[in-house]
Design a protein around this ligand. Sequence first.
Ligand SMILES: [Zn+2]
Length: 376
Amino acid sequence: MDDYQQTAARIHEGAIVVDGHNDLPWRLRVQFASNLDEFDLSVRHEDGHTDIPRLREGGVGAQFFAAYVPSEIEEGAARYATEQIDLIKNLATRYPDLEMAYSADDVRRIVASDKIAALIGIEGGHTIENSLVVLREFYGLGARYMTLTHASSTDWADAATDDPRHDGLSEFGEDVVREMNRLGMLVDISHISPEAMKDVLRVSEAPVIASHSGALAINDHARNIPDDVLRLVAENGGVVMVNFYSGFVVPEAADVVRNLFDVVRDLRAQYGDDEEAVEEGWRTWSAENPIPQGTVSDLVDHIDHIVNQAGIDHVGLGSDFDGITVSPVGLEDVSKFPAITEELVRRGYTEEDIVKILGENCLRVLAAAESVAQRD
Ligand SMILES: [Zn+2]
């Protein structure tokens, strides 16, 4: 180990690493019909990105698991989300290394007891089926953030990768944001259009997150966040947690994956709810459209840029592991988070800065959303 590595190892060990987005629950649904007898999270796997031994090796303290529901599932979207929430809780019940967390204090307590905190984030606002009652019930089930859209615009929010329907958020969309503030559920601006991001940032009293998004100035795919929005996130007190998908990280990859979400939409139109066929189609498309994988350095370029635009208090990590096909060399799975710390040390970030990026910024925002909440 060189000096950088030693310093990095010490900082990483002492930090609470929070990852804003992991798609293991959807993978378990598609590949194993959500049957946990078919997939043992407690042993190391050669495939996939996530298991407990690799989370431990990566020093992950808190993992947001996505209760993801594809945009195309409209009928029964709330049931899908509920089933994915149930699956996340089943993981935490089954494995003593995991414990459900519902607050920033929970995360600190669970990490102090040498367990991994599991949190729930709903991905896709269509899952509330246009009902604030369903939104409230999702909070009651334990969801602590909701991504307002996935790939497609909903009845009340525009997606970054679809035709706009509302020039941002509709009036009901603004009500959703206010209700999330009232509950203490974080508003996640990943996947939504820049106009919708600006509407959220105008309406939200609580700081917001982008659970898995990079900087548009580095990689100009629509899934990334423009500089003016980065500066608004800083004013709002929120945090942008950087996505690890090479397609959204490496500058030259943006063109190759420009139409990624249209490809997935077409696959869904073709295969309906045959999720295995959709996944297979996506993997085939990915193989036929190779992208430069990039390195940890490419990933940290996004962090540098967000720090430059928004400040050190407004950046974090949101890997999207198990929801992505390609990630930078050196960041192959959840065991590799220490590589980011190493690169940050090499670039001269202080220990205080690094601890913020690794997790403290996200925990600050979660706690701030809790204090804005008025639930009684
Ligand atoms: Zn996503």
